[in-house]
Write a protein that binds this ligand. Structure first.
Ligand code: MD3
Ligand code: FE
Length: 219
């Protein structure tokens, strides 16, 4: 018997579907939408305690992405290098605690993608504004590269660049929208990746910004 929830299922439960990118990487479309309000509220509590800032690379360049962290370890960069640090250099205090909604979403997404038992100890929060980009790089500052990474996209859409194991390998372009979650591990863990410059625009939840949460087991 057809009921209203079947006819209007997208109103009752958000659209979620899995899109494998390659061996070890899968896009979980809309996976974060059911928790949207709780995630945005928790995000507010984090950025009040540890505001976004523009880090400097070891080479002396100011990153266009605004960054902060939540959880026991935070990713930082300065003239001396990249590292995970338990202390926010801006406040001299530990990073804000990892919100329970963040931790649960990351663990659930990882399990859904085949990485059961993922317990993140670091969440890097990246803020993109129109024109902001992230050039092709590998994530290799984590202690155990056997651990996966989970990323959550919020706000304005962006084009994610997903390359190969060599910087020169041509990347594929993956559009990522509000509520999309990506899990990467195994053979995909050391692939080059980046984000194209954010296009001008506006999102009803976050205004002219895209925020990406990147969960890692860093220590
Ligand atoms: C693919 N952030 O913070 S998250 C980063 O949208 C970073 O802010 C991007 O790359 C962002 O380091 C992309 C997705 C991501 C993270 C780690 C990966 C993709 C990855 C590691 C291997 C392959
Ligand atoms: Fe990265």
């Amino acid at each position: 018997m057809m009921n209203m929830a079947d006819l209007f299922g997208h109103v009752v439960s958000p659209v979620r579907r899995d899109e494998p990118l390659c061996d070890g990487a899968v896009v979980l479309r809309g996976f974060a939408l059911a928790d949207e309000i709780a995630l945005l509220q928790a995000l507010d509590t984090v950025v009040v305690q540890a505001p976004f800032r523009h880090l400097v690379t070891p080479g002396g360049f100011r990153m266009s992405v605004g960054m902060t962290n939540t959880g026991p370890l935070g990713w930082v960069s300065d003239r001396s290098g990249y590292r995970y640090d338990p202390v926010d250099p801006l406040s001299g205090k530990p990073w804000p605690g990892l919100p329970e909604t963040f931790r649960q979403l990351a663990t659930a997404a990882a399990a859904h993608a085949g990485f059961a038992g993922f317990v993140p100890d670091a969440c890097l929060v990246n803020r993109y504004e129109p024109g902001t980009r992230l050039s092709l790089h590998q994530d290799r500052d984590e202690h155990d590269l056997g651990q996966p990474i989970v990323s959550v996209s919020l706000g304005m859409p962006a084009v994610f660049l997903f390359g190969g194991m060599q910087r020169a390998d041509p990347p594929i372009r993956v559009p990522l929208a509000h509520g999309d979650v990506v899990a990467w591990g195994g053979p995909a863990r050391l692939r080059y990746h980046g984000v194209l410059p954010l296009k001008p625009g506006h999102h009803e939840a976050l205004g002219a910004a895209r925020i990406n949460l990147t969960f890692r087991k860093a220590g």
